[in-house]
Design a protein around this ligand. Structure first.
Ligand code: BES
Ligand code: MN
Ligand code: ZN
Length: 462
């Protein structure tokens, strides 16, 4: 894991290289006051003040400084320093004439690396940003570490992150925060969480399915449940995916990674809640003991589900986990899941689909998303589409036969396991970035995490 802890430090007048933020409109006026050598360097480097552009400026002697293009130099957005942090040489830097604000996070995440499988890891040393906002340091480092945890867990190949390794990752976070862990597997899992057991049974005994839970905090505090889909690899099961559909399915535990990272933020910030984390961890594999199309499962809640498609496995494991979450009588349930391709068709890779059975909760999440620069979009729990996953033999099917509204029917399926009076939000997130942007390399990504954290802080923070 990239260590972000020292990359943001209070400015005590240490020696540092200057960073000058300029936007496109501000470039000409800024250049007007500069000596020829600076103007020439700027034009030779093709610097136009576009967001994330960086140019090196010669000083009078050996010193040099940096010009950074930002979208709007009045209020720096999250990502406008990320490219500079990624690209500049090791050393300490100080912004001139501006505070980093939200851009502090981008400075940190611009230095995220996933190079554990590279024979020659990146040799670059730390780029330290000195800040005149010491109050922002801790929060920025916490958010960067939480994002780094999501990225690392998603980027790990399934060969090195099975259900057991996911359990170890949860135990590590739990022991750092002082949470108590419960893991259910084997015969007890089959008896008490039958749908988690069914989805995971093809991968047994090597990669045993399990429900990983932890609880943290004062029992007197409001109870909040966080649930994450932990499919360490999704082949589709007997309804096997094609090669391109399977290619990035190591990321199908992205919901679990988000849930764990959110839990770690809650604990590190000591938010006054009673936290219940639930991660059903399975591999949706193929073998002679795989669950089959047409099988009927009896869920923990007692509702029966006919398997219309073994590739609609996430909703099965989440249903049993949500049932357990509800039994704790929480005042809020949040779940994260890489649940449907249909959510990506509807909203593309960057916007998690938000479903909520409570308008105030949806509104609060959307405003936290806006404030955090971590967008999402609400979609409807449209009851009329229940009929799309009706079953001839069981209470309902796990998959709709219609090609329409796949993200909605998946969310409606989950909603069958959450009573109306329990405020619940479901984030169908991609957890992946197919093309790099500054501070956001290709690969695992946290999408919706900072928004959810903003919601919890707004509701329960001091
Ligand atoms: N993990 C996938 C969803 C997914 C696929 C997310 C691609 C992001 C990118 C999920 O388990 C799945 O396979 N869903 C199916 C459901 C269908 C069989 C009803 C889907 O979306 O195609
Ligand atoms: Mn699937
Ligand atoms: Zn899946």
């Amino acid at each position: 894991m990239t260590d972000f802890a020292s990359l943001l430090q209070p400015d005590k007048g240490q020696s540092a290289t200057s960073l000058h933020p300029v936007d496109k409109a501000g470039l000409e006026p800024w250049l007007a006051g500069q000596p020829d050598r600076v103007r020439q360097a700027v034009s030779a480097q093709g610097f136009k003040g576009e967001a994330a552009q960086v140019a090196l400026l010669p000083g009078e002697k050996a010193e040099w400084s940096v010009l950074v293009g930002v979208g709007d130099s009045a209020s720096l957005g999250s990502w406008c320093l990320a490219k500079a942090a990624e690209w500049l040489p090791e050393g300490s830097y100080r912004l001139v004439g501006a505070s980093a604000g939200a851009a502090a996070l981008g400075w940190l995440l611009g230095q995220y690396r996933f190079d554990r499988y590279k024979s020659e890891p990146s040799p670059k040393g730390p780029r330290i940003l000195l800040t005149d906002e010491p109050a922002r340091i801790e929060e920025s480092i916490l958010l960067a570490a939480a994002t780094g945890l999501v990225r690392d867990l998603v980027n790990l190949p399934a060969s090195d992150l099975g259900p057991a390794e996911l359990e170890s990752a949860v135990r590590e976070v739990a022991s750092a925060g002082g949470a108590s862990v419960t893991v259910t597997q084997g015969e007890k899992l089959r008896r008490t969480f039958p749908m988690i057991a069914a989805v995971g049974q093809a991968a047994e005994p090597a990669r045993e399915p399990r429900l990983i839970e932890f609880e943290w905090g004062d029992r007197a505090h409001p109870r909040v449940a966080i649930v994450g889909k932990g499919v360490v690899f999704d082949t589709g099961g007997l309804d096997i995916k094609n090669a391109s559909g399977m290619r990035i399915m190591k990321k199908d535990m992205g919901g679990a990674a988000h849930a764990l990272a959110l839990a770690s933020l809650v604990m590190k910030a000591r938010l006054p809640v009673r936290l219940h984390l639930l991660i059903p961890a399975v591999e949706n594999a193929i073998s002679g003991s795989a669950f089959r199309p047409g099988d009927v499962l009896r869920s923990r809640k007692g509702l029966t589900v006919e398997i219309g498609n073994t590739d609609a496995e996430g909703r099965l494991i989440l249903a049993d986990a949500l049932t357990k979450a509800v039994e704790g009588e929480p005042e809020l349930i949040l779940d994260f899941a890489t649940l449907t391709g249909a959510a990506r068709v509807a909203l593309g890779p960057d916007l998690p689909a938000l479903f909520a059975n409570d308008d105030a909760l949806a509104a609060d999440l959307l405003s936290a998303a806006e404030a955090a620069g971590d967008p999402m979009w609400r979609m409807p729990l449209w009851k009329g589409y229940h009929e799309l996953f009706a079953s001839d033999v069981a209470d309902f099917s796990n998959a709709s036969e219609s090609p329409f509204a796949g993200a909605v029917t998946a969310a409606l399926f989950l909603g069958k396991f959450v009573p109306d009076g329990v405020p619940w939000a479901h984030l169908d997130t991609f957890a992946w970035r197919a093309t790099a942007k500054p501070g956001r390399p290709k690969g695992g990504e946290a999408l919706g995490l900072r928004a959810a954290w903003g919601l919890l802080k707004a509701r329960y923070g001091a």
